[in-house]
Design a protein around this ligand. Structure first.
Ligand code: MTE
Length: 314
């Protein structure tokens, strides 16, 4: 159960950790100045702005592999709206305005709806699921994510029979994103899944990690996590989810269709011009380890691709 229900306090009423820490810092700084000493150089510009979120561990869906330390998850990110180096999101994602936040779920559905963050937190019991996530850049991580199946959210809007794909659109405001983003990606960032992939119980509508709401650099306040696909499928800071008939033109294939496919299933047998897909490095490890087909989730997901040529549908 979420702490919001335990305490009766709406998430929107809780002081974000960043504000709290800024106040504490200011109190300390004033105290230090009063004592005639110089304060510490600056408040860490880390984009962490989180509150506690409790959830029951879903053992069935969780790996028991060692977790990637939180500090590493906060400091090594891909979030091109906030820069193209791995350390940029921690420095610049504090600009992301996460409260209030709404997610519109519409398109080919019987009951289109705009959800605010409180609605989303209350829609279903929160689960903690420890998933591996592997990036196409051949690094990977193991994270205790918090959320519930995306299927729960999609069923709430009643998809029509004509809906075949789901499109996710991330936050974008040219006034807010940093100017030095990766040149060829167009924003807003768009991702997509086939409807059966989106309804698969492994696909997690994600509101937190490590017992707290999502840090901004990891895609606050809501993202998806699709653990058998390369990390770029796991869209961050989602504002709109649209059910559609045609396969959406998503950001990476739009930028470079030869090297980034729509399906993006982890496939060590399929080479990529920039990175060796047969091996991967867990963030923080020295040595690489072999990569696994479907990132090790084949038992649960391979049947969705039976009869498909995965060399062509990559
Ligand atoms: N979502 C948005 N909106 N923008 C992005 O640049 N990068 C993707 C994905 N989701 C990205 C995004 C990529 S390439 C990866 S590997 C993962 O987010 C990284 O998630 P993490 O920073 O939490 O590890």
């Amino acid at each position: 159960m979420s702490i919001y229900r335990d305490t009766g306090i709406a998430p929107s009423e809780i002081t974000p950790r960043q504000n709290f820490e800024r106040r504490r810092f200011l109190r300390c700084a004033v105290g230090t100045l009063a004592a005639g000493l110089l304060p510490a150089p600056a408040l860490a510009s880390n984009a962490a702005d989180t509150v506690a979120l409790s959830a029951r561990r879903a053992a069935h869906w969780s790996t028991s592999e060692p977790l990637t330390p939180l500090a590493k998850l906060l400091a090594y990110n891909n979030f091109y709206e906030f820069g193209s180096s791995k350390s940029d999101p921690a420095l610049y994602a504090h600009k992301l305005p996460i409260r209030p936040w709404t997610v519109v779920v519409d398109g080919l559905v019987a009951r289109p709806r705009r959800f605010d963050l409180d609605d989303l937190l209350r829609l279903a019991p929160l689960e903690e699921r420890v998933y591996r996530l592997r990036c196409v850049e051949a690094w990977s991580m193991v994270v205790p994510w918090i959320g519930y199946p995306l299927a729960t959210l999609l069923r709430a809007v009643e998809p029509l029979g004509s809906a075949k794909f789901v499109e996710f659109q991330s936050f974008y405001d040219p006034e807010v994103v940093t100017p030095h983003f990766f040149g060829f990606l167009e924003f807003p960032y768009v991702e997509g899944l086939r409807l059966d992939e989106a309804l698969h119980p492994l696909t997690l509508f994600t509101l937190g990690l490590y017992g707290e709401t999502l840090p901004r650099q990891n895609g606050a306040p809501v993202r998806i996590v699709v653990p058998w696909k390369y990390g770029y499928k796991s869209a961050k800071s989602i504002q709109r989810i649209r059910l559609v008939e045609e396969q959406p033109l998503t950001s990476w294939p739009k930028a470079e269709h030869r090297n980034y496919g729509f399906y993006a299933n982890v496939n060590p047998g399929l080479s990529h011009p920039y990175w060796d897909q047969s091996r991967e490095r867990r963030i923080g490890d020295i040595f690489k380890r072999p990569s696994q087909m479907f990132n090790g989730y084949g038992d649960a997901v391979a049947s969705m691709y039976a009869g498909m040529d995965l060399q062509r549908n990559f």
